[in-house]
Design a protein around this ligand. Structure first.
Ligand code: FE
Length: 271
């Protein structure tokens, strides 16, 4: 697993609290593992699978499978308990698992909204293409070249999964008040006006501006990258483990509520 946010010297890219890249990892039959029952409060988790198959279950009785290319956008809000595991089918057979989970903060007045899910199968995620076809994006949140995401976000953000063929060169408008970062997870990309080289596994944090340039050398292997942009909340962040609140008192309340069972528990319908 790779975790570009948070990392040493970078606790968050407001409003993005965390970016995890899970895998790519090859599991044999019976080897795949996940995160059993745990709570969340105060933010949103966004799971995006590239390969493999996950299964989730929660204390409100929701359950479902997230297959390759699908997105689960979960607003934890006031709190819930969930489990995130490989699907039974995947655990039995094994295979390659690769995906992302990002955490998006909620503003103070939305931290305790009722939990909500948006589950988008792969075929419903719109794809944007540059005119020359060398750059293609799955538009998970926000808008690219007039193609709009189907997900409704509490905090206005952009979340794109870009595939850049060799020789791609695009310039995307971004809100001038947004924080923008680019995480390369395959190959090498040139990012920003000064075409800074960003390699596989590196996160580029962009300065202020109204556009982002993404390019790849014509003689190269292209690149895959996530582009994340969001207007910062500029609020105090009190975070510990699975809870992200504004103050230490709210954080203590979250732990107390969880321990008292007020975030519920998962009723198992089967083993
Ligand atoms: Fe979780």
């Amino acid at each position: 697993m790779r975790r570009p946010i948070p990392t040493y010297g970078l606790s968050l890219v407001d409003p993005f609290l965390l970016v995890d890249e899970m895998g790519p990892v090859d599991y044999g039959p019976g080897e795949a593992v996940g995160a059993p029952d745990h709570p969340h409060r105060g933010f949103e988790t966004v799971t995006y699978m590239l390969e493999g198959e996950g299964q989730h279950e929660d204390s409100a009785g929701n359950r479902g499978v997230i297959g390759p290319g699908a997105v689960q956008w979960m607003t934890a809000g006031s709190g819930l308990v969930h489990s995130e595991l490989p699907s039974e089918h995947f655990r039995e057979r094994g295979g390659r698992m690769h995906g992302f989970q990002i955490w998006v903060n909620l503003p103070r007045d939305k931290k305790l909204v009722p939990p909500r899910y948006q589950e988008i199968p792969a075929q419903q995620i719109p794809v944007a293409r540059s005119e020359d076809g060398r750059a293609r994006a799955k538009v998970i949140a926000g808008e690219v070249f007039g193609v709009r995401a189907v997900i409704d976000t509490h905090t206005p953000i952009s979340y794109h999964d870009w595939t850049l063929d060799p020789g791609a060169d695009i310039t995307l408008p971004v809100a001038s008040d947004a924080n923008v970062c680019v995480y390369v997870f395959q190959g090498t990309a040139h990012v920003g006006a000064d075409a800074r080289v960003v390699d596989d596994g590196q996160l580029a944090l962009l300065g202020s501006g109204e556009a982002v340039r993404l390019a790849t050398p014509a003689q190269g292997g292209g690149a895959r990258l996530l582009l994340l942009a969001g207007r910062p909340l500029r609020e105090p962040v009190a975070r510990h483990g699975p809870f992200v609140m504004n103050t230490r008192e709210e954080l203590e309340q979250a732990f107390a509520d969880f321990e008292a069972g007020r975030m519920g528990r998962i009723e198992r319908t089967r083993d």
